[in-house]
Every structure is written in C-alpha cells, then in structure tokens.
Design a protein around this ligand. Structure first.
Ligand code: 26W
Length: 792
C-alpha cells in the first residue's frame, strides 16, 4: 500500500513526497483505496449481467454521504494497513482522514437514509444503482454571527473528488419546454431547450468488499458549448445562453426541506435527473432484453419521496410515444416498476406544481398526467385528484403510479393510511406498506465509535457489523459489573474526545463527568428545539437559586441548520445562542450547566457527537416526525432517549423496554384532540408557573439586553398559537428531565439502561430495512448466496 500511495502521489497527482501537501497525501491514499474497490465492483457488475438479475434503481434528490476514506477502508478491512502505510510515509493517518470535506448532497434525514441504503444494498449483495444529482454546491455552510445563522456556499468540488469516475460517454439529452405534435393518434414532444446529462460514478462497496454497486450522479452540460455565430457577432450573452441553463441546473442543492419551493429551477432539477436515470436504466435493459414488457422483471425503481415522481409520466411517455404501447398498458407497466416512499406528513412539504408551470416546462408530461388522472377517475370514480385547483399534486401522482407506497415507521405508516392518503388507501387497500427506517451499523457504530465497537467485538466477535441483531447477546451482560464498567469507560473515552474538540472549536470547557444531553437535527418548530431551550432556562433558574441542591451537572449540546428562509427557525437558533452566552458566563452555575452549539452541523460532526451522548433528545410533537434516524444512532451508541411517542421512537421503546426510555408528552391522538380546544396554549401556560417565568424572562430581554423586544414574536406565538404544543408538553418534559437527572446519579443502573439500549436496537440496522424493501416492494434477490434469508 505504501508503494501504491507513492505511485499515486507521483503519477496521478504529479507530486513528489518532498513537496506533497496534506491534500496530496489524502488524495493519494484515497486513490489507493479506490483501486482496491475495482475488482469487487467489476465482478459485481459482471455477475449482475450474467445472471440477468433484477436491479434496484434508487432515485433520490439527496445523498448525504459525508466522508469516505475511513468508510471505504473499514469496509475493505484495510484500516490498519492504511494507517501503517501512511505512518511509514511520515504522515498522520487521522489528519488525512480529517482533511476530507463532507459530501453534503442532502439536507437531513431523507438524504442520509439514501446513503445508509446504498451501504446496505452493497453489503447485502443486491444489484442496485443510486441515481441523483452531482451538485456543485452541497448544503450551505452555517456560521453564527452574533448568534445568528448566516449561510455561506459550500465548495466541496473546489478540490477534486477522489472517489468518482467521470463518464463522458454516458450522456443523455434532457429536454424542456417546447410543444407536442399530435398526428394520427401519435404524440411527439419537441422540446425547446436541451441539456446533456453526464454521469459521474462512485463505487459503493459493501462490508468486507464482497459486492459493489454504483452511485451515479448526473451533471449537466450545455448541448452546444456556445453559439459561435452569436459570439462572433459580439453577442456574448446570447452565445452562452445554453451554457447558463446547464450550469444552473446542478449548481446548488435546494436547502429547503419544509416548504414546497415553487421554483421552476427545482422542477427542472427533478426532471433532469429523473429523465437521465430512466434513459440510462432503459439502455441497460435493452442490452439483454428486447421486449419492453419485461421491464418490471428487470427494474425496481424506488422514488425517495415525490421529488422524482415525474418518473411515472416520463416512463409512460417513453412506453407510449416511443415504444407504441397503448396508454392504459403503458401506465400499468410503469406502475409495476415503481415504488414510492413517503417521508413526511407536513402539508407544507407535500409537493404541488402549478399546472401552468408544469405544462410550460413539460408539456407532454402534463398531457400524460391528465391521461393518468382520467384513467384513475374512470376506474375509481371520485378518487382523489392529481390535478386540482390548478395544481398538480405530486403525492397523489406518485401514489397512483406506484404499485407499493411505504411509510418509514409503524406510526407514520398508520398515519399515512388514516390522513394524507386515507381515500386512496380505501381504494387501494394493499398498496401501502411499512418499512421502518434503519441506519448502517458500519458507519454509525463500527466507524464512529472505535472504543465501543472494539469492546463489543472482544465480547461477542465481529459478526455484529453485518448482522446487528447479534448485539442481543450483550443483554446478558447488563448484570455484569465488569462489563458495565468497560462499557462506561468507552463512553468516557468518547466524552473526553468531544470535550477536547469543544474546547478547541468553541472555547468552552465542559466536564466529561456531566451528563451530555444532545439534540442534533434540522431546526424545525415541530422538532421543538424551542422546548429544549425553554427547559434549559427553567433548569438554570432553579440551579442558580439553589446551587447546592445536588443537581446532576449537564451539558446541553445543540446542532443543526435552519432553512435560509425559515424565519422562526432562525429565531430559535439565535435564542439558543443568546441563552448560551448568559448561562455559560454565570459564575454560580458554572460547574452545573453549559450550553454548546457548534455551527455547521454535518455528518462528520454527528459521528463525533453521537458516541459521546448520554441523553438523546427526540422530542417532536407527536405525529409530526415521520421516523427519525438519529434516534436509532444514539440508542445504538448507548444513549438513553428522552422522547415522545412519535415516529420510530415508538418502536425503539418497544425494543429497548419502557424502563430504559424516558417517555413524556401527548400522544399523536391527544395532540389532535388538544388542538380542538380553543386557547389550549394559554391554558397550559397559566397552569405552569415555571414556564410563565421562563417566558417572562425572555420577553423582558433577560437574554437580549441590547434589544429587549427581540423575542416578543416568539413568546407571543407561544401564548396565542403554539401549533406544536410546546406549552402542553413543557411540564411533563421538565419532570421527565429530572427523572433522567436522578437516574444519572446512579451510574451503575444508568450503565445497565444504556447497555440495554445498545443491545436491543440491532433491528434498526438498515440491512433489515433493505431486506424488507427487497421482499415486499422490489422482489429482488441478493446475488451473494445466503445473504437475504438472514433474519428476513
Ligand atoms: C419539497 C422539499 C422537501 C424536501 C425534503 C420536502 C420535504 C422533505 C422531507 C421532510 C425531508 C426529510 O428529510 N424527511 C425525513 O426523512 C427521514 C427519513 O425517512 C425521516 O427519518 C424523518 O422523520 C423525516 O423528517
């Protein structure tokens, strides 16, 4: 490996060892590791072709991958060898690892799920391809200036991306606009503009390198580089018009994960990558088939939310207009290929496009959507409408065009059936299925927590990384004081690692003996970071009034970004930072309470925070968090959850046992009920002197003395509206936090509870989730014999 690194340094990077910068060494190491993926990758491709295997195509606007050096090295079993080789070259392996920028091509849970799924698909040996967009700028970088979020462009591609292969020969035309020509019952779309989609492939090799799939991200190029005639005339703007559209399409990831953005560019992004992906999979299909009617036997196309839902009409367009199928048959055939995953019930996040806009950008698709609608209405009169009030409802379109629709946790799936898609569910009672989310144990235990994973491997062997339910064997150790001590020593190691990092990056001294209480996720009203900071203020008040009362010292850690246009979320960020500035400087509580909010939360920061957490905050308004996946990562790493009965919390609690989970708050049903009471928030606050005091302090400017009125809007909204019921759950949240304080004082029992969590959440491996999709939705099989049967 040492020689290979040197060779790459010299021949791929054009540097000699004496002049190489850390970037060069990291690239040389990455290319060396990438070489070692090739055999498995090629062999997998060949096996898939030889066996005419059915493939999964996972279409997703987002893949939130993070760093890859360690992930690849671990999957190939080469970490020690790489570390030694780098050391012999006089370099520090850990510094090289840290030099890699995060690939942040996603906003949050949905994008990270896609990345975990890619790891599991490869580990299980399921022939699959992930399709997405190669954004030039991933999710914005967050900074705080006077406590306020500011956004800076992310620039991961300013350095070469070590893992990808550009495939200029894999290119497709994607059209927009124009008109449809109808002649003798045949339709032909003549787009007005065209861009070229070019593939960039990243190999994804699973655990122990037995199988490799591809993540194929599309980049846009102009159809003609520039218009020479215009250029020569001196009209430089016209000369580069086609260039501008292409450049814009994959310029930047939309940073908004709450509101349907209504932007033409977003629609073009969606169609761009969907159309290229469908063309690509059809090209592959025709290399070994000649009858398009066999497509459902060869391709399972999964829509990660509605963002690629235009795949339905696009496939129908190709089947009908290019292959001459009858419309009804085309629709039926497309449906047999498609599955749709719903990730949210928030009405503001359900995509709807104005009909005029969709018709302008994709005129033929609008006609086909009308045909789909007509077919549905003819067969099921009164069926919910795709086209309604001048909008195209992408949720209804995806549902009607998919043979299976899935929710992402048991509760969420029930709510999908009883709320957003209740009427469609009555018409198609077997279409909705549940596939509770999961996480890859390779990144989220083996990779991020060497202290704990080393201990586990010494105790039960290394099989758990590919069969996470083996962790169940650790349940017998919850009564073993020696093992519990070792388990807590691993936690301590991680807490020290984090304390040092916080000192270096935030300048705040935190005590590894304190309880580390962590809430990391996008900032959203429904996730209730606001409730957490209000509880923090209440706790501080009581600590400050009575510092000798035997408090459990706490470090409150926050991480997360707000969508740039989400005003309330940004106010919540500012409040947390304002409160931190006051609390962290209180000499009375200095050994009892600290608040830490490092900017720019991302996958890499999660890998540092999660292993160090004692308490995991999963406190969403019940019924709002579809699943959550952070909740699973924390439990796996031995944090206890304080949480509501929402999303996958419900199932996590069932697995770890009610006695090992701090439950509080209204249920989803009670939330609905409570909202029907006029003035529910005011009534709740009036019954809580504790909350009244906190709200009064904020409103009086206790945390913003320079601008006392800063949070009048936020506080007023709590009294008068409080759509997310912070007021109603506040007291039970506070009391439950004190139960957690109490439990933490008894470290031996806490350790047993924490270990029960680690031991009991093997079911939340994304390997289990992918087996479920393979069986219930895709009807695909592992190409590595014996893989799929395991605990299916
Ligand atoms: C239209 C723009 C847009 C973009 C993203 C609308 C909605 C979204 C989603 C809300 C994104 C998302 O990340 N959803 C999360 O998906 C995770 C994986 O299933 C779940 O664990 C989270 O509960 C859910 O919020």
């Amino acid at each position: 490996m040492k020689d290979d690194i040197l060779a790459h340094l010299r021949y791929s990077l054009g540097k000699d060892a004496g002049h190489a910068a850390i970037y060069d060494w990291r690239m040389a190491l990455s290319l060396t590791l990438r070489d070692r993926m090739m055999d498995s990758w090629f062999q997998s491709t060949k096996t898939s072709y030889d066996r005419h295997a059915k493939r999964v195509y996972y279409l997703s606007m987002e893949f939130l991958i993070g760093r890859l050096v360690e992930d690849v090295a671990a999957n190939l079993g080469l970490v020690e060898e790489a570390r030694a080789a780098v050391a012999e070259l006089g370099q520090d392996y850990d510094l090289l690892v840290k030099d890699e920028p995060d690939a942040a091509l996603g906003n949050g849970g949905l994008g990270r799920l896609a990345a975990c799924f890619m790891d599991s698909l490869a580990t299980l040996g399921i022939p699959a391809m992930g399709y997405g967009i190669r954004y030039e700028h991933g999710l914005f970088e967050q900074d705080f200036v006077e406590g306020q979020q500011i956004e800076k462009p992310e620039t991961w591609l300013q350095q070469r991306h070590a893992w990808e292969f550009e495939r200029p020969e894999v290119s497709y035309k994607v059209g927009f606009g124009g008109h449809v020509h109808h002649h003798e019952g045949k339709a032909q779309w003549h787009p007005h503009e065209t861009v070229i989609a070019t593939a960039f492939d990243t190999p994804v090799v699973g655990w122990q390198g037995r199988w490799g799939n591809t993540l194929r991200l599309w980049s846009a190029r102009p159809q003609k580089e520039f218009d020479l005639a215009s250029f020569n005339r001196g009209d430089y703007l016209a000369a580069s018009r086609s260039e501008a559209l292409a450049r814009t399409i994959c310029r930047v990831l939309y940073p908004d994960d709450t509101t349907e953005s209504g932007k033409e560019l977003r629609l073009k992004q969606e169609y761009f990558f969907t159309a290229a992906s469908i063309k690509d999979l059809l090209r592959r299909f025709f290399t070994d088939h000649d009858d398009i009617r066999q497509l459902p036997d060869a391709a399972a196309i999964q829509l990660n939310d509605t963002h690629p839902a235009i795949a339905g009409p696009e496939l129908v367009r190709i089947l009908a207009d290019e292959h001459g199928l009858e419309m009804a048959e085309a629709i039926d055939l497309a449906r047999r290929c498609l599955g749709y995953t719903n990730h949210t019930l928030l009405p503001e996040a359900l995509e709807r496009w104005p009909e005029w806009l969709l018709g302008r950008v994709l005129p033929r698709h609008l006609e086909i959507i009308r045909a789909i609608e007509a077919g549905q209405q003819a067969q099921y009169p009164g069926s919910p409408r795709i086209l309604d009030h001048g909008n195209v409802n992408m949720g209804e379109l995806a549902f009607i065009m998919a043979h299976k629709v899935n929710g992402v946790s048991a509760l969420h799936t029930d709510l999908v059936k009883s709320t957003v898609f209740a009427d469609l569910h009555r018409i198609h009672p077997t279409r909705i299925v549940n596939q509770t989310n999961g996480i890859t144990p390779r990144r989220w235990l083996h990779g991020c927590n060497p202290a704990l994973s080393g201990l586990i491997t010494r105790e039960i062997g290394e099989g758990w990384a590919a069969d996470l339910e083996q962790l169940g064997a650790l349940r017998t150790r919850t009564g073993d004081p020696d093992f519990l001590r070792a388990f807590m020593a691993a936690k301590r190691t991680n807490k020290e690692r984090l304390s040092n990092w916080v000192q270096d990056h935030c300048g705040i001294a935190i005590d590894p003996d304190a309880m580390f209480d962590v809430q990391i996720k996008r900032i959203h009203e429904y996730k209730r970071q606001l409730m957490n900071i209000l509880e923090t203020i209440a706790l501080w008040n009581e600590m400050h009034a009575n510092p000798q009362a035997g408090w459990t010292p706490r470090v409150k850690i926050f991480g997360g970004k707000a969508a740039p246009g989400y005003h309330v979320a940004k106010e919540i960020i500012r409040l947390i930072n304002d409160v931190a500035a006051v609390v962290n400087n209180d000499p009375v509580t200095k050994d009892l309470l600290k608040i830490v909010y490092p900017p720019n939360y991302n996958v890499t920061m999660a890998e540092l925070l999660i292993p160090a957490a004692d308490l995991s905050e999963q406190i969403s308004t019940a019924g709002k968090e579809a699943s959550g996946t952070g909740n699973m990562k924390f439990a796996l790493n031995g944090a206890l959850t304080i949480g509501t009965l929402d999303g996958a919390n419900v199932e996590i609690r069932e697995h770890v046992g009610a006695e090992n989970f701090f439950l509080f708050g209204l249920t989803a049903e009670e939330v609905i009920e409570r909202r029907s009471h006029h003035g529910y928030a005011r009534a709740a606050i009036e019954q809580s002197p504790r909350m009244q005091k906190v709200l009064a302090q904020i409103a009086e400017g206790r945390f913003s003395p320079q601008e006392p009125g800063r949070y009048h809007g936020l506080v007023g909204n709590l009294w008068d509206h409080d759509h997310f019921l912070v007021s109603c759950d506040f007291d039970s949240y506070f009391d439950t936090q004190r139960r957690a304080d109490e439990a933490f004082k008894h470290q031996a029992t806490w350790a047993a509870m924490a270990l029960s969590n680690t031991a009991s959440v093997g079911w939340f491996s994304s390997d289990r989730t992918i087996r479920g999709y393979a069986r219930d939705i895709w009807n695909v099989h592992s190409a590595i014999d014996g893989q799929l049967e395991q605990s299916a």
